[in-house]
Write a protein that binds this ligand. Structure first.
Ligand code: APR
Length: 231
């Protein structure tokens, strides 16, 4: 079976009602990164950081996967599909994708502040001050903040190098190391980019750009790949 690697960003969840980060009115226009998404912010003002992620987690319980997420599930009929997502939502899993790697953490999980291996699924949407891990330390969002290492990046690089087809959806390709994954793809591999306002195009040969939203562009590309692909 041919292997398809799909790198997704906030744009694939936009039509589900989750704001992207850098579009106009995106999350980073409403919040300063250094106030809510760094370890320093967590040390200085944990209440604000908890509130920021609590609100996003609460919203996640109110939204559903869209046609873009669902189309990727259909690709599994003929291909070995591995999704690498920068998103912290679980909409790929809710849609039914079976192989999803989260590069930047998961909103519905929390972890110990003293032992990063102690990761738990939070019940409900609210993480509170005083919620502790089994070693007695405060739980924090299971999110890779700016300035923190990206533990899954080596796995993502290895997977990218194994791709027979590479698909990039709804990411501004602003944030490294995720934005560099496409350069691990073997020479000659077809790369597709689906984004209605793509600004940074990866400098690779065999690039096809579909300037459409994920909800429209992904089902089209999936149909095309299923029709032509022997898997
Ligand atoms: N369909 C597809 N793409 C869309 C849609 C849509 N309906 N709407 C917007 N987009 C595109 C935008 O054109 C933009 O290129 O999605 C991209 C969103 O870019 P960002 O907001 O920068 O999100 P992302 O690339 O996922 O950010 C990367 O940065 O803030 C950190 O850790 C956070 O994982 C995040 C990382």
């Amino acid at each position: 079976m041919k292997k398809i690697i799909v790198l997704t960003g906030a744009g694939i969840s936009a039509e589900s009602g989750i704001s992207t980060f850098r579009d106009s009115n995106g999350l980073w226009e409403q919040h300063r990164i250094e106030d809510v998404a760094t370890f320093d912010a967590w040390r200085r003002n944990p209440d604000l950081v908890l509130e920021f992620y609590n609100q996003r987690r609460k919203q996640l319980y109110e939204v559903k996967p869209n046609a873009g997420h669902s189309a990727l599930v259909k690709l599994e009929k003929k291909f070995d599909v591995q999704i690498i997502t920068q998103n912290v939502d679980d909409l790929h899993e809710q849609a039914g994708s079976s192989q999803v790697l989260h590069l930047h953490g998961e909103l519905k999980k929390v972890r110990s502040t003293v032992d990063e291996n102690l990761v738990y699924t939070l019940e409900g949407w609210e993480l509170k001050k005083g919620d502790k891990c089994e070693k007695g330390s405060q739980l924090r969002p299971h999110i890779v903040w700016f300035g923190e290492a990206v533990p899954m990046i080596a796995t993502a690089q290895k997977l990218s190098a194994e791709a027979d087809i590479y698909i990039v959806i709804g990411t501004s390709l602003n944030v490294y190391p995720a934005a560099g994954l496409v350069y691990y793809v073997k020479k000659g591999t077809p790369v597709y980019l689906i984004d209605p306002h793509a600004e940074m195009l990866p400098d690779v040969k065999n690039l096809t750009v579909l300037s459409e939203t994920a909800g429209k562009g992904v089902p089209k590309l999936v149909k095309q790949l299923l029709a032509q692909g022997k898997g």
